[in-house]
Design a protein. Structure first.
Length: 371
């Protein structure tokens, strides 16, 4: 009897020989993210289970088809967590339904939650992985400790690659203990005042963990760390404390990428803008929500304003991703959901694709139409 890995390997080798594109799918929770969905479905949910977990070493090794909720539950039993708070759903998903997210999808999408600015991104916690490339070869990169990389760090390259370079079959992740104390404060400031204050706080020894600014609510700030540090920061910063239940619901909504605009994905596009934290308030055609101490800004804008959004974001030193297109806009009418690549970067992308997936069978066109 063949194993799930053997079956997937056989599918990959057959597809490489025929040139048949494959669409790698786990739970399908991130299907709305990226340029296009093309190819025969390659279901990787059979690659499931926690291979090893060493709480004292803060390392877990898990197969890519493992439900993300299962991994987080196992970590929670030992008072540990994934500090980057990966989202389980995209904005159009029903957060009331059980999570379909898998660990492989978490890595492939490379998306991080509210704590990203202080705790790091998905890629920062990838220690090593096993990859099935486009030739059907099983390759191992990295290991189970931080200081194990010599040369190019291929393991972290897979974070955000949307499965275009191969099938990640297994990964080792660094985990951290849950913080002993947490508090959420709210300040009724304008976006300009909130950004100014976040920049000032950023140079001080404060346990800042996450922040969100949105119109009508002002700045919501989460503190995490030692009990004494959080208590002292609350006394120093002021603001209005949120009750624990209300605070938990607020941050869960942010982690689930639930936006305050009901028409995103319908009448308006949802943009994810990555800019320097020190960037000022951006003059953009739509409504904004600001996270990551100013480094991530969400924008709801009409589809015809796409060129303006990209140009003004790039002028601020950032990049713009069309995260969720308005209804009818994902059929190929646009050239790219991600910022167009410069010529040198395009050459690097194509060289990597040719090295890992020479037949171009994996998630064809998911990142860019020609990759």
């Amino acid at each position: 009897m063949t194993t799930p890995l053997e079956e997937i390997t056989a599918r990959v080798r057959a597809a490489a020989a025929s040139g048949q594109p494959l669409r790698i799918v786990g739970g399908g929770s991130k299907d709305g993210y990226g340029q296009a969905l093309a190819g025969e479905v390659l279901d990787v949910r059979g690659l499931a289970g926690i291979v090893s977990y060493e709480p004292s070493e803060l390392v877990v090794t898990v197969r890519s088809g493992t439900p993300l909720a299962e991994l987080e539950a196992a970590l929670a039993e030992r008072g540990q967590c994934l500090p980057f708070e990966p989202p389980h759903h995209l904005p159009h998903g029903d957060a009331a339904q059980p999570s379909r997210a898998t660990c492989g999808g978490m890595l492939a999408a490379g998306l991080s939650g509210p704590a990203r600015a202080s705790s790091g991104a998905v890629r920062d916690f990838v220690l090593g992985l096993t990859l099935l490339n486009g030739r059907g070869e099983l390759l191992r990169f990295g290991g189970q400790v931080m200081k194990n990389v010599a040369g190019y760090d291929v393991s972290r390259l897979m974070a955000g690659a949307l499965g275009t370079l191969g099938v990640v079959t297994e990964m080792s992740l660094k985990v951290l203990p849950v913080a002993p104390a947490e508090a959420t404060l709210r300040f009724g400031w304008s976006q300009q005042d909130a950004l100014r204050q976040l920049h000032a706080w950023g140079g001080q020894p404060l346990p800042l963990n996450a922040s969100t600014w949105q119109a009508g609510e002002g700045l919501t700030l989460r503190l995490r760390g030692a009990v004494a540090a959080v208590d002292a920061a609350c006394r120093r910063l002021g603001g209005t404390p949120l009750e624990p239940a209300a605070a938990a619901a607020f941050w869960q909504a942010r982690r689930a990428l639930r936006m305050p605009w009901a028409d995103v994905g319908q009448a308006r596009d949802l943009w994810r803008l990555s800019v320097p934290q020190t960037a000022p308030v951006l003059d953009l055609p739509g409504e904004q929500l600001v996270e990551w101490h100013g480094g991530q800004r969400w924008l709801a804008a009409l589809p015809e304003r796409a060129d303006t959004v990209r140009a003004r974001t790039q002028a601020a030193g950032g990049s713009a991703t069309l995260f969720l297109a308005a209804a009818g806009e994902r059929s190929g009418a646009r050239t790219a959901f991600f910022d167009p690549l410069s010529a040198p970067l395009a050459r690097i992308h194509r060289a990597l694709k040719a090295s890992f997936d020479p037949a171009g069978i994996f998630n064809r066109g998911r990142l860019y139409p020609d990759l």
